[in-house]
Design a protein around this ligand. Structure first.
Ligand SMILES: [Zn+2]
Length: 126
């Protein structure tokens, strides 16, 4: 799938401040916006990458503006953790890790719930 990495992203930095997180990856369309993590480190984290790639697919599937709206409504309705788009992305992330390593991935499970109504995901330091 075609995607771009935006390092030191302004949007991701805002999300990072809101979430009070040390790092954030946030998908807008086919761009993965990063703050607090460089592209190389992010790309090496296959589970995290698979999670964000799932959001890129969701943007493609529903259309840019429509997906932002659907994601927002879902977040307001059930919160971040139970948001069906997050559940799907989380599954994509952990499935990928299991496929790779054949073990349960602890890192992918560390993506914490947030209250930001955008596909912004943080990763706690291990
Ligand atoms: Zn996510």
């Amino acid at each position: 799938m075609d995607f771009k990495i935006v390092e030191r992203s302004f949007f991701a930095r805002i999300a990072r401040m809101v979430l009070k997180s040390s790092n954030v990856a946030m998908v807008l369309g086919n761009k993965i916006h990063l703050s607090g993590v460089d592209g190389q480190t992010f790309l090496k984290d296959e589970g995290w990458l698979a999670h964000e790639m799932c959001h890129i697919r969701q943007f493609k599937e529903h259309g840019y503006t429509r997906f932002l709206w659907l994601y927002f409504v879902e977040s307001v309705r059930v919160g971040y953790y139970n948001n069906k788009y997050e559940v799907e992305a989380r599954e994509a992330g952990t499935k990928h890790m299991r496929h790779l390593a054949g073990i349960k991935n602890k890192a992918a499970a560390k993506i914490e719930p947030t209250t930001l109504p955008l596909p912004a995901d943080e990763k706690k330091e291990v």
